[in-house]
Write a protein that binds this ligand. Structure first.
Ligand SMILES: Cc1cc2nc3c(=O)[nH]c(=O)nc-3n(C[C@H](O)[C@H](O)[C@H](O)COP(=O)(O)OP(=O)(O)OC[C@H]3O[C@@H](n4cnc5c(N)ncnc54)[C@H](O)[C@@H]3O)c2cc1C
Length: 458
């Protein structure tokens, strides 16, 4: 194609992820002539890896709790969710032959447990509404005339249009195509970009050798608490007995940053697993202020006194056993040696030789296995990008830019991120729907919300 060849369309959608697919389909269904430009060789690549390839589409939480999962920026979504929320999404999917089911924690998945089925629905939706798709087409910039959008520049030439929907996603998992292009393009148009940070990301510990020695151990029913401060300086009795984090009503008191109960794991570089991912953004933000540590309570169901009593009773009962043998009752096998080493007790010591002070050390370590956090893994490794196009510059009712006429945003390119549970995809679908509808309204002066589909009437 020569540099000035144009496929004239009303609306160009940049990016064929969850948000862009929904936006393109909705805009076309509303009567606009739509061209979707996707830089990789296929649409919906991130949908395919989502929910461990099962695609956690949304969540059954009620609206207020749902919104709280996006932190302070959740309020921005009220209007979009008012327009298009879970029931509408599930109806849409059902009407396209995709049945869904609710699982633990209100997570909603396709009954087939196959993310491919979700992408198939969107491909069908776009094809039914005559959306033109160009793959392997990277958009480099948006063309502006008189402060209004008039087209886009790609590596293969320019395309003209009346409106652009920017749906380029965040900057994580670059193999899926999300490499932060949308933020660069938006910044070049004068939009402010809230600093990009990794969210839902594993944490690198300074005690890497310790973590490595327990690599692969997955712990259930433990409490991880993030504190502002060096691990050695934290008073472990400050570990709360309730959850602090997004979606919770109460806020923690310093030095506690966040506290979660559930499942985690040790990796070769530090800490990972569900509760660590959930607290990671708070840790990333706290690291900007100073040192951060994570204390793991391995026995949150027991108080120190209860643990003392139980340990004493076991030491008495199995007095001829080695301490490492006793620990089998308390810890996964791979943790025993590193754990005993941390207490400073000789692992060959017999139960009846354990002193009261040593018993105290064991109990303290059960209640507070300490790690200093060096950093999160790199942004590319995070599940979600926090930060993005500043929400103050986007109209939440329309997803339109407040700076450039005819420019719309949707999905992760905006400064929106949420906890795990289906919230990120719902935000992408809902904002995509609104951006598609409102962009169509903008390019088709006679647009009626309930009304006619222009290109189908032609
Ligand atoms: C491993 C993993 C698992 C996840 N699991 C879940 C889950 O189960 N539930 C949930 O709610 N969320 C989940 N998420 C998050 C969720 O997938 C994303 O928030 C969501 O897909 C974002 O959609 P999006 O359309 O905004 O962006 P993306 O899906 O990132 O799509 C952006 C698209 O734009 C294209 N693009 C980028 N730049 C350009 C350019 N210059 N020109 C043309 N095209 C461009 C990209 O190639 C890409 O196709 C997961 C994320 C990851 C990484």
């Amino acid at each position: 194609m020569d540099a000035e060849e144009k496929i004239d369309s009303d609306i160009i959608v940049i990016g064929g992820g969850a948000a862009g697919l929904m936006a393109a389909g909705k805009a076309a269904e509303s009567g606009a002539k739509v061209l979707l430009l996707e830089k990789t060789d296929g649409c919906g690549k991130k949908i395919l890896v989502s929910g461990k390839t099962r695609c956690n589409l949304t969540n059954s939480a009620e609206l207020k709790n749902f919104i709280s999962m996006y932190g302070n920026n959740g309020r921005f979504l009220f209007s979009a969710f008012h327009n298009y929320f879970r029931p509408e999404l599930l109806d849409f999917l059902n009407n396209h032959g995709l049945a869904t089911k609710v699982e633990r924690g209100g997570r909603i998945f396709p009954v087939s447990d196959d993310a491919h089925d979700v992408v198939r629905v969107f491909k069908k939706y776009l094809s039914e509404n005559n959306v033109q798709i160009k793959l392997n087409t990277k958009v480099n910039s948006i063309m502006i005339k008189d402060n209004a959008v008039c087209g886009v520049k790609t590596e293969h030439g320019n395309y003209h249009c009346k409106a652009v929907i920017l749906a380029t996603g965040g900057a994580t998992w670059p193999a899926t195509g999300s490499t932060g292009d949308g933020c660069k393009i938006s910044a070049s148009l004068g939009h402010n970009i809230v600093k990009l940070k990794p969210a839902l990301v594993p944490l690198i510990a300074r005690e890497q050798k310790l973590a490595q020695s327990m690599q692969g151990v997955s712990l259930r029913n433990v409490r991880a608490t993030a504190f502002q401060g060096e691990a050695a300086s934290i008073d472990s009795t400050l570990t709360p007995d309730c959850v602090y984090g997004r979606g919770e009503k109460k806020s923690p008191r310093s030095p506690v940053i966040e506290s979660r109960f559930g499942e985690m794991l040790f990796t070769h570089f530090g800490l990972g697993g569900p509760i660590i991912l959930l607290m990671s953004l708070a840790v990333v933000e706290a690291l900007e202020k100073g040192p951060v540590s994570v204390l793991i309570d391995l026995k949150p169901a027991l108080t120190r006194e209860q643990l003392h009593r139980r340990l004493q009773s076991d030491l008495d009962k199995f007095s001829k056993r080695k301490i490492s043998g006793i620990m089998k009752e308390y810890l996964p096998a791979k943790m025993i040696e590193p754990f005993i080493e941390l207490t400073g007790i000789d692992k060959e010591k017999l139960a009846h030789q354990i002193t009261a002070a040593e018993r105290g050390k064991i109990v303290e370590l059960f209640k507070a296995l300490r790690f200093n956090i060096k950093s999160p893994l790199a942004l590319e490794k995070a599940i979600v990008t926090a930060g993005g196009v500043a929400l103050t510059e986007i109209d939440p009712r329309t997803m339109a830019s407040r700076l450039i006429t005819g420019l719309y945003f949707c999905g992760e390119v905006m400064d929106i991120d949420a906890d795990t549970g289906g919230y990120n995809l719902q935000a992408a679908f809902s904002t995509g729907y609104v951006a598609g509808e409102k962009a169509a309204e903008y390019v088709i002066p006679s647009f009626k919300k309930t009304g006619s589909l222009r290109h189908k009437q032609r």
